[in-house]
Ligand binder design. Structure first.
Ligand SMILES: C[S@@+](CC[C@H](N)C(=O)[O-])C[C@H]1O[C@@H](n2cnc3c(N)ncnc32)[C@H](O)[C@@H]1O
Length: 283
């Protein structure tokens, strides 16, 4: 099986640089920066450690442990952070931590663009358990479909292409003998966290938006837009899509070609709704 698109290293690099800019979450970041020092931070679903670069600038800590289920990404993260002996990385799946006695030693638990790739009902209690009473949990950038591409290609086709992407690239992802993922994660997260007994400190929209500013894109913006168009195109070629939801090859190829041309012609707008939330374990 090929790796999911969201584990591609170049995508993660460009995502952090262009889409996940800290300015989106500046208010939450100012709350964390005010606290300044944390004893032990657990960074979950850290990938290649991109969010660690932000945490390093934002706060100080005695130790930061980054975990991810993907060994290749953890290898890349380890190579990047040899300069800081306080930072460690572990290959670990949050699903396995359900069965473990996890020490509640972390005063900050983070998961950046993580929860939409999990079964939230199972994983939120695990994350809560890792957090000390009185500690904080921060989940930046939770995906909340429907994604929007402008100009409209065809309202019905656009909608179906996005639904198929959600159903076969975000949802229904195999992990530990079950299918996980939630394309409405960002719209469900507030209630899920409150119902888990967590206290909301700040909740906000942190949508991704790319449009041709000053008439065009930078080279990297064009690259990430082409990547995104390809992610949606490839998801729609998945043979598991039921025939009732399948877009014909002819129309799908036309959609793909039109969207790539719109990138070259500086006409494509990409809007991906997301939320970010900071909560506290009360007590
Ligand atoms: C969209 S990527 C985000 C990576 C990184 N946080 C960032 O924003 O650059 C989601 C990451 O979560 C990891 N992940 C998903 N489910 C996981 C689980 N159950 N346990 C550990 N890691 C998980 C994936 O391997 C992937 O690296």
């Amino acid at each position: 099986m090929t790796d999911p698109f969201y584990q591609e290293i170049r995508w993660l690099e460009l995502k952090l640089k262009i889409l996940d800019t800290p300015a989106y979450s500046s208010f939450i970041h100012s709350i964390l920066a005010e606290k300044r020092h944390f004893s032990h931070i657990l960074e979950c679903g850290t990938g290649a450690g991109d969010f660690v670069t932000i945490l390093e600038k934002l706060v100080t800590f005695d130790s930061l442990t980054g975990i991810d289920r993907d060994a290749r990404l953890i290898g890349r993260a380890r190579e990047r952070f040899t300069h800081n002996p306080r930072i460690h990385f572990k290959i670990s799946d949050l699903e396995d931590m359900k069965k473990l006695e996890v020490p509640q030693e972390f005063d900050l638990v983070t998961g950046h663009a993580l929860l939409e790739h999990t079964c939230m009902a199972d994983i939120i209690p695990v994350l809560k358990n890792c957090c000390k009473v009185g500690g904080f949990l921060y989940f930046p950038h939770n995906y909340m479909s429907p994604t929007i591409f402008e100009p409209v290609f065809d309202p019905v086709i656009d909608r179906q292409i996005i639904r198929n992407f959600d159903a076969f690239s975000i949802e229904n992802q195999p992990n530990k003998e079950k299918l996980v993922g939630n394309s409405r994660c960002g719209a469900n997260i507030y209630t899920s966290l409150v119902e888990s007994g967590l206290e909301v400190i700040h909740y906000q929209c942190t949508d991704w938006l790319l449009y041709p500013k000053n008439g065009g894109y930078t080279e990297e913006e064009s690259e990430i837009l082409r990547m995104l168009v390809n992610f949606f195109y490839n998801a729609n070629k998945n043979p598991q899509i039921p025939s009732s939801d399948r877009i014909s090859d002819k129309i799908l190829n036309e959609w793909h070609w039109t969207r790539l041309s719109q990138v070259e012609e500086n006409k494509l707008v990409y809007l991906c709704p997301q939320t970010s939330i900071l909560v506290r374990r009360p007590g």
